[in-house]
Design a protein around this ligand. Structure first.
Ligand code: ADP
Length: 406
């Protein structure tokens, strides 16, 4: 605005001067000279203001570019840290088979190396993985496979990358599926074991009842013997099914404990009372030295825990005492269930809490055990934020130690 006023004023002054001195040639020359000067000033004015505007535009553009650049940089950092913490390995390979990018998880799976810029065939030691990438290159299609190393099982997924329909490389995702696979294996093993356990009493019941039905002349005494076996095997079947149901209830993550104030000594007394006859039959003495302390726990589960442990102590002892004692510190409550029975060989100690694991199958059968008792105990203790351990000496006895963190 100021420029325009200035220009207009300059123009009028010059015009007046021209009119005044136009009579004379000299003054005409001067006037023309002044006009010439004015034109130059005018032109340079326009030029200066134009270039100033251009400079401002340029600065604005530069600012915008800088803002964009720092946004791209920020997005890239965010994207890379997201990819690093995605929980799966990622490797990006270009059309020539050179590695363009690997994320942190991939490094953790296959070792930290300077992968980028190198051919994947030289840099990845795991042959199963290089073979997989090679075939993904040949087929130029999405591929999926599994890779089993000494310690881990991985799922591999290769996705080809195209630019205007032209293959430009591929991206390979690596998921650690070891836990899933192991739990699948365990589940399959459990189903096989459970079916085997159930089949034994079913076969006995079927066999015996078939003989009774077929042979009408069977002696009374034999008939009674067979019926007793059928009855015992029926009970056994019921026990296994009950234990299986209890186990599955305990394993369900949604299970909520019915917590209440539970007096330890009272529960041990109740369990011992219910097993008194059984213990007397085997000349065993049940001793409760647990102190009368209340803890917050699921009553039914704690009852089951002591019942399983004391039943086992009775089943695997031929003489002596079965004793429950307790110890407490500020943070821990320790409960010992000990017997003076047959003991557990050192080689079996580590497997004793596995489902259906038995040291002596024949003795377990006689005792009416299902092979699930200790795994149920372990689960109950873990649900109460504790741990269970065992120490044993063959022919001297066994002690189960339960530590509850209070
Ligand atoms: P079971 O129903 O067979 O007793 P458990 O899971 O309770 O199943 O126990 C697993 C195995 O541990 C038993 O078969 C037995 O061999 C051994 N065991 C458990 N408790 C004792 C114990 N107190 N003394 C000796 N062996 C024991």
């Amino acid at each position: 605005m100021r420029n325009s006023i200035y220009k207009i004023t300059t123009f009028f002054i010059l015009a007046a001067l021209i009119i005044i001195i136009s009579q004379e040639v000299l003054t005409r020359v001067i006037a023309m000279f002044l006009l010439f000067i004015f034109t130059i000033i005018e032109a340079s004015y326009t030029f200066v203001s134009l270039s100033r505007e251009r400079d401002q535009d340029l600065n604005r553009h530069m600012d915008e570019i800088q803002t964009h650049q720092s946004k791209i940089k920020r997005d890239k950092t965010r994207f890379l840290s997201l990819i690093d913490t995605i929980g799966s390995g990622i490797v990006l390979v270009d059309i020539d088979g050179n590695i363009k990018y690997v994320n942190r998880e991939f490094n953790e799976y296959f070792g930290y190396k300077d992968y980028v810029g190198q051919s994947f065939t030289n840099m990845i030691d795991e042959k199963g993985l290089t073979d997989f990438i090679k075939s993904a290159y040949l087929k130029e299609t999405t591929m999926q496979s599994e890779l089993e190393t000494t310690l881990k099982i991985y799922e591999l997924i290769a996705t080809p990358l195209f630019e205007e329909r032209i293959f430009i490389g591929c991206i390979v995702l690596v998921h650690d599926i070891t836990l899933i696979k192991n739990s699948e294996k365990m589940q399959k093993g459990f189903i096989a074991d459970a079916s085997h356990e159930l089949r034994t009493p079913i076969t006995a019941i079927n066999g015996m009842s078939e003989i009774l039905l077929r042979d009408e002349n069977i002696e009374e005494e034999t008939k009674r013997e067979f019926l007793e076996i059928i009855h015992a095997e029926g009970n056994r079947l019921e026990d296994i099914v009950k234990d299986l149901m209890q186990m599955s209830r305990l394993e369900r993550n949604s299970l909520t404990l019915r917590l209440e104030e539970v007096n330890l000594s009272e529960i041990v007394n109740e369990v011992m009372k219910s097993l008194e006859v059984e213990a007397k039959r085997s000349n065993l003495t049940l001793v409760n030295k647990a102190f009368s302390k209340t803890i917050e726990a699921d009553r039914a589960m704690i009852y089951r825990l002591f019942s399983n442990l004391i039943k086992n102590a009775i089943a695997y002892s031929d003489q002596g005492e079965i004793k429950v004692t307790t110890e407490a510190t500020n943070e821990e409550l320790i409960i010992y269930v000990s017997d003076q029975g047959i003991g557990i060989p050192e080689s079996d100690i580590s497997s004793i809490f596995e489902r259906f694991y038995r040291v002596d199958k024949a003795r377990t059968r006689d005792s009416g055990g299902t092979g699930l008792g200790l795994s149920i105990c372990k689960k109950i203790v873990e649900l109460h934020n504790g741990k269970i351990e065992v120490s044993s000496v063959v022919d001297k006895g066994t002690t189960f130690k339960i530590t509850l963190y209070i």
